[in-house]
Design a protein around this ligand. Structure first.
Ligand code: ZN
Length: 400
């Protein structure tokens, strides 16, 4: 069996290459913004909808007219940038159709456009472009040259897409590979249910807490504060520019901590259990939660203090999707089974007698059944319910 996987490596560009990478990103950002402007004006002025195909057809002319600018870069990476905009519009219209009031796709400011993708290895880019070099690995990017890669691990499978990503002052290359051989783990005979929380990413039905999010919570709190600070700054001011830099740096930190915690938790689960049952995430709920609204019940941190704001909580919550994605990749590669169950009532049902009542949940941390008196850590009680629901689903599927 084979799976799809991505590999991320630090780039070691020369200063000339770093300048070219910055310019490459900047030109792709401007292309994105120009394409967005094009769609907006056409729609506002004439109620005409511009599509990806229309914009892609104009690329040839844009490149010819600006051969020292846009013309330097790969046609394919520019198409990928237009497709990215197209995706943003499709998501926007899908939300409108669903009766919501989404924000219109936004112009990307400096510092908010940090990645360029080449959709096909060999087309405007080449992984391992100097295979006979005795010690180093290089990636060739059109308009930038052969950039040295700090390749700290072997790449498996076939390279499909190549992206560059800027994080602060550092540059990374991300390879998305197909046909990566799966590495099945030996069966353990163990099954588990997991509850995903804010203070701890994962609590298992066996009572283990995995990935304490205290450090992430602290960074998320600082990010939320920095975002509030940014909102107060005047456009074009020096203070605003500094606030933007700070928000971007904290975003990167939160992302790193979240990925790190998610990888560790997923690895621990996949090593130990053959079957892992989790709650299905409702995507609509997840995105709706991104609006800063304290919900009055969640958002408790381990020290018992309420989360500082709904924004802080939403930043922590956003990690569940990331975690489940990583978990599903690792489970697939290791030959483990993941089961998603409906999350309704898992936190208010007694795992002992099945009595379901809101009053069972006395605090965020404590569960006390009003019918049978069973007490447990609320997350463990939920994880046991999740496991039970998952095994019931599996048995029903076997019987069918
Ligand atoms: Zn009970």
């Amino acid at each position: 069996m084979a799976v799809r996987r991505s590999f991320t490596f630090l780039l070691r560009p020369t200063s000339k290459q770093a300048a070219a990478l910055t310019q490459c990103l900047e030109d792709h950002r401007q292309l994105y913004n120009a394409a967005l402007e094009h769609r907006r004006t056409a729609y506002r002025a004439a109620k005409v909808t511009i599509r990806y195909g229309d914009q892609s057809a104009e690329l040839k002319g844009i490149r010819a007219d600006d051969s020292a600018g846009q013309g330097r870069w790969s046609f394919s990476s520019q198409q990928a940038t237009l497709r990215r905009l197209d995706k943003a519009f499709k998501a926007f219209f899908a939300r409108v159709k669903a009766g919501r009031t989404p924000g219109f796709p936004r112009f990307k400011g400096r510092g908010w456009f940090d990645t360029v993708e080449w959709p096909k290895d060999g087309d405007g880019c080449r992984w391992d472009s100097q295979p006979h070099h005795p010690t180093a690995t290089f990636v060739r990017l059109q308009g930038v040259g052969h950039v040295r890669v700090h390749q700290h691990r072997r790449v498996l499978g076939t390279v499909k897409t190549i992206s560059i990503k800027r994080e602060g002052r550092r540059w990374f290359v991300v390879l998305s590979c197909d046909d990566v051989p799966a590495q099945p783990l030996p069966a353990t005979g163990a099954v588990v249910g997991i509850d995903m929380g804010v203070a701890r990413l994962v609590t298992t039905s066996n009572g283990d807490h995995i990935a304490n999010q205290r450090h992430l919570a602290a960074s998320a709190g600082r990010l939320a504060a920095a975002q509030r600070d940014l909102a107060r700054r005047k456009r074009g001011s020096e203070r605003r520019r500094k606030a933007v830099v700070r928000v971007a740096a904290l975003h990167a930190k939160v992302r790193r901590q979240r990925l790190d915690g998610a990888h560790k938790a997923a690895l621990a689960l996949v090593r130990t259990y053959d079957v892992i049952v989790h709650e299905a995430l409702k995507v609509t709920n997840m995105t709706r939660r991104a609006a800063p609204e304290p919900d009055g019940e969640g958002g408790w941190l381990p020290n018992g203090a309420a989360a500082k704001s709904g924004l802080n909580k939403s930043i922590l919550d956003a990690g569940w999707g990331v975690f489940l994605t990583i978990l599903s990749h690792k489970a697939e590669s290791a030959g483990r089974k993941l089961i998603a169950v409906n999350p309704a009532n898992t936190s208010r049902t007694c795992a002992e007698c099945g009595h379901c009542a809101k009053e069972n949940r006395t605090t965020q941390a404590e569960f006390r059944c009003v019918a049978c008196g069973h007490t447990a850590h609320a997350d463990i009680n939920a994880a046991v319910n999740i496991l039970r629901a998952g095994l019931a689903l599996r048995n029903a599927a076997k019987a069918a």
